[in-house]
Design a protein around this ligand. Sequence first.
Ligand SMILES: [Mg+2]
Length: 155
Amino acid sequence: MEIEIFGMGSVSFKRIILDFNGTLAVSGVLKEGIKNILEKLSKEFEIHVVTGDTFSSAKEQLKDLDVKTVIAPLINQTAFKLDYAKSIGLSNLVAIGNGKNDSLMLKHAHLGICVIGQEGASIEAIQNSDIVVCDIISALELFVYPKRLVATLRT
Ligand SMILES: [Mg+2]
């Protein structure tokens, strides 16, 4: 997706990396409406989900979708998520998450979006993001209706 954002120039987003719990899911279960919008976005974007998988449910919950699911080890998840984001390329990358362990991928991705949702968000995740939204559908819809991105980010 190519968009012109005043103050940022022309930007191109090709990949989206997402956290699972607190972002796409609550207590390990995908939130309502997520499947539809991820299906739509996966036609235009390469989608990666990197998760600590606290409820051991991510792979099962995402099995019907065209997304790559990667489980982070128990320790050093913040660095793992950043390293994974680097491995797929930080430019053209959108990161979406809510947790402390998302803070570095949110900071270093081309665009970082923090989701508050029902689990709340860590202050580090908020401080390292370009945009903060109240729920995941609002975050994903920024890429269905990109003028919302322009409106929020333009200078
Ligand atoms: Mg989370």
